[in-house]
Design a binder for this molecule. Sequence first.
Ligand SMILES: Nc1ncnc2c1ncn2[C@@H]1O[C@H](COP(=O)(O)OP(=O)(O)OP(=O)(O)O)[C@@H](O)[C@H]1O
Ligand SMILES: [Mg+2]
Length: 412
Amino acid sequence: MACGEPNSLDFYTGSVVEAEDLLFRDAFIDHLWETLESMHVLLKAPRRCGKTSVMEHLRRFPRNNFAVIYENVQDLSHPADLFLAILDKFRDAHPKVFDYLVDGWKSVRSWLPKAEGLEVGEFKLKFREHEADYREQWRQHGDMLFARLRTLDRPVLIIVDEFPDMLLNLRKDDPKLLRDFLSWFRTQRSNPAPKHDNVRWLLGGSINLSTTLDGLGLLDRINDLDDEPLPDLTTGQVEEFVALMLASRGVTFERKLPARLRELLGRPIPLFLQMLTLDLFRSWRSKPRKLKPADVDAEFARFITSTAAQDKLQHFYTRLAKYYSEPALGQAHALLNHLCTTGPDGSSRSVLNQIFDSTWPPDKQPVVHERKRLFQQLLRDLENDFYVLETSEGRYDFASGIIKAWWRKYYA
Ligand SMILES: Nc1ncnc2c1ncn2[C@@H]1O[C@H](COP(=O)(O)OP(=O)(O)OP(=O)(O)O)[C@@H](O)[C@H]1O
Ligand SMILES: [Mg+2]
């Protein structure tokens, strides 16, 4: 959703930021392209921080002659479907590459028309129709796809968004298949070593893949990937964004206003930065005046209860239930319910530990050292999943000021 004025950047309140409008990511994008010269990449960040926007930039402005495709695999639950989705994307974005890939694939070429003879989405349908056992044959299809990609005379970058979700779907449907696929995929990525390969993978997602795989004893299946956390926006960038978006629309404001907005945000989740700045702009438009820091406080309070925010924030609550199982889920709620009531310096580790210990029913309480381990693991998961942040040695708080205020309002 954009709200533009001549000579000003659009606001984005949820959609992928168009490559031309993407701010603050140039250095990171340079770094990604450099890294991709010799490695496969795992791009991680909390929800709503701008992963897909960075991926979109890589796709839109490829470098070094890369043919880039992007695929969101959130709803896929089988490796064979991943391969089909990849081929289908090549058909859409690089029909010549698609035809080349299929030309050497004897069994498929015999019934498949050239890219130009296929309607959008028709490839997957035809494939499933002609290769009834395509799922059982996933290895052969995967091997063939890699083999064909490797004979191309140009590099290809395959961006797979929400990869951890696909793995969780797999785990749910068929844990053995998850293991087999991860092992197969790792072998394919490492032979040959990326430096000698023209195929690159950039896998991205917003949930904590490492903890999930660690729990299954499968962490070594992704340890060849170069871990790249998407950098948080800096203090300066957050304030620059507020100032730029307001000033370019003719809004006047007190010098201290951008800093106040930054303080209220806490960890700067870019989506919330956009929404709050847009709300400020709208408030000014309905009543033009010189905006003050107190106006930010008023908008912040309004924002927490707005329906626009509900949609976006509810997600942070429900996803806990999706990725945490009992008793960790109830324990996570107990810690967050406490943290949301604390002041600006959060709570201490020992208080959190006491709360955690009090959640066990007396007859189910594990022994002390096991309890300690589980507490540490939960705290680490909540940190990795971007709910909490160790703000200073031994002190913890909600990472995002917005989520904290919202949690307090609805769940405390
Ligand atoms: N560089 C940026 N500057 C300002 N705002 C940004 C930036 N990148 C992203 N945003 C904001 O974040 C929102 C979400 O962006 P994007 O979809 O790329 O994030 P994501 O991490 O992929 O989200 P999700 O976890 O939901 O997939 C955008 O609509 C925009 O409001
Ligand atoms: Mg995304």
